[in-house]
Design a protein around this ligand. Structure first.
Ligand SMILES: Cc1cc2nc3c(=O)[nH]c(=O)nc-3n(C[C@H](O)[C@H](O)[C@H](O)COP(=O)(O)OP(=O)(O)OC[C@H]3O[C@@H](n4cnc5c(N)ncnc54)[C@H](O)[C@@H]3O)c2cc1C
Length: 472
């Protein structure tokens, strides 16, 4: 049975992207068969489905989605398409220098590939190549990027260029940034229109989609079976692209910490944005561990975002990330600090969504140790836009059984656990989160954190600008 696609309670991006009269894909209510069954219809699942169809058009690909495609993080992110060069050292640790450079280039090309894909398929995702300023909003943050620039210099990689405080003010109208570096390849897009566009292309390519069909059981048999309340899909291969909800699977749980990010959009303010000089509209972020980012939207709204929100508990059964953000005060404070001329704008909407952070900040791919025909792709750590097109290639190679540079790359690795079981994990995460917030705040007072705060904050998993050289 199909139903009208719900827009109430969804974030501004999805409300703008879901056309009036649109209906959900049917619910799974039969026992179906597929060559490949993908669980989770976000960017990772959709890219995997589309890539499989590109490579092997006759493959029967089925997506089983708990909500609607894009209803998870993919339809409610900040739409910043960032190259992954800030994570080069972590990439190098897993993949070796040669492959890290190859993958770095592939991630870096994602913005251009997304632009070309939108053009080819008539997706108006409001793609804009604005570039990204990674900056410092207090003296202690200045030079946070030096380590990564040194790693780049060793290999003749020259993506970022330095910007002075004056140059940042000229481009953005904000005098709060003391220094920064600029990546001109970065882009912004409309997350709702992008993910819903991908859904349309998947359907056009013959991918079968079932929405409002949460997987209730995964049988690790030969062949594996995905069960929902009213039906099942028996498939030669299963691909799990469930983001934070991977916590529900014991084989995957230990490798990610789930922590929300929150976003808001203001009322449209084209005149004010022009007046303060935010004309070229680059996206921008500071160097806090819990990074704060800013961008503008196609309809001239200002869009701040903060990380370090709600922590995912247990298997996240019943835990929801719906409705307005509970962190609007934090977002107002971050605008006041990073872009004070825009601090008077009111928020028209706000929301949050879960992020699946791995220890290194890099995604994980592979086969479940309990079943060789079930593959996983998750742990995008707040950087899914440029990495999910590559995830699609890796997971398509794994699902189609190919031995190539994707199935054999260094990101294909066991989902090793680095976190204790619940409730220790949740309590520990609360303590680490508090320590990171304290450390970030003390930096603005030019103060050094004490021993305990330093030690706890050092346990932070990798994020957008903080990657760690670890085994996971
Ligand atoms: C507020 C916020 C801001 C962000 N900003 C950026 C940004 O600017 N740039 C960037 O690159 N990344 C950003 N991200 C991260 C990015 O959105 C994610 O990395 C990306 O969307 C992950 O895609 P995914 O397909 O893995 O996850 P999702 O889109 O979450 O898809 C997973 C899907 O699995 C489904 N699912 C879960 N359990 C089941 C089940 N049992 N059965 C069936 N289906 C199930 C869910 O309903 C969901 O639709 C942000 C994220 C958030 C939350």
């Amino acid at each position: 049975m199909t139903r009208p696609t719900r827009i109430e309670g969804r974030c501004a991006w999805l409300r703008e992207a879901i056309a009036p009269g649109e209906t959900d894909a049917p619910e799974l209510d039969t026992d179906a068969k597929a060559d490949v069954c993908i669980v989770g219809g976000g960017l990772a699942g959709l890219w995997t489905a589309i890539t499989i169809k590109q490579r092997a058009p006759s493959t029967n690909v089925t997506i089983v989605e708990a909500d609607i495609c894009g209803g998870g993080a993919s339809g409610r992110n900040s739409g910043m398409v960032l190259s992954q060069w800030a994570k080069f050292s972590a990439l190098e640790a897993f993949c070796g220098t040669k492959d890290a450079i190859r993958l770095g280039n592939e991630f870096g090309n994602s913005a251009s590939n997304i632009e070309a894909f939108c053009h080819e398929h008539g997706i108006d995702a409001e793609f804009r190549r604005d570039g990204w300023i990674w900056g410092a909003t207090c003296a202690r943050q200045v030079g946070s990027w030096n380590g990564i620039l040194a790693a780049h210099a060793k290999h003749n990689i020259h993506v970022f260029r330095p910007l002075t405080s004056t140059e940042i003010a000229e481009r953005t109208g904000s005098r709060s940034f003391l220094a920064g570096i600029f990546d001109p390849t970065a882009a912004t897009l409309h997350p709702g229109k992008w993910v819903r566009g991908l859904r349309r292309v998947a359907l056009q390519r013959g991918v079968r989609i079932f929405e409002n069909s949460p997987m209730t059981r995964l049988e690790r048999s030969a062949p594996p079976v995905v069960r929902t309340a009213k039906g099942s899909v028996t498939a030669a291969r299963v691909v799990l692209t469930m983001n934070a909800w991977s916590l529900g699977l014991p084989e995957l749980r230990g490798a990610i910490l789930v922590i929300a990010s929150d976003d808001a959009v203001t009322e449209p303010a084209p005149d004010l944005l022009d007046k303060i000089g935010y004309r070229a509209r680059p996206l921008m972020g500071d160097s806090q561990t819990f990074v704060t980012g800013f961008r503008t939207t196609g309809n001239h709204r200002f869009n701040p975002g903060v990380s370090g929100g709600i922590i995912g508990f247990g298997t996240m059964q019943g835990q929801r990330f719906e409705g307005r953000s509970i962190r609007e005060d934090d977002m107002h404070a971050c605008v006041q600090r990073g872009h004070p001329a825009l601090a008077g704008l009111t928020f028209a909407d706000s929301w949050c969504g879960p992020i699946d952070r791995t220890q290194s900040g890099l995604p994980l791919f592979g086969a479940l140790p309990t079943c060789p025909d079930i593959f996983y792709g998750y742990g995008f750590s707040g950087n899914g836009l440029s990495t999910t097109p590559i995830a699609g290639r890796i997971l398509a190679s794994l699902a189609l059984g190919g031995q190539d540079e994707w199935s054999q790359c260094g990101l294909v690795r066991p989902a090793q656990s680095w976190l204790p079981p619940e409730p220790l994990r949740y309590v520990g995460a609360l303590m680490v989160r508090a320590a990171i917030k304290r450390k970030d705040a003390l930096a603005y007072e030019d103060r050094e954190p004490g021993f305990l705060v330093r030690r706890l904050a050092a346990l932070a998993p990798g994020g957008i600008t903080t990657s760690r050289v670890t085994k996971n």
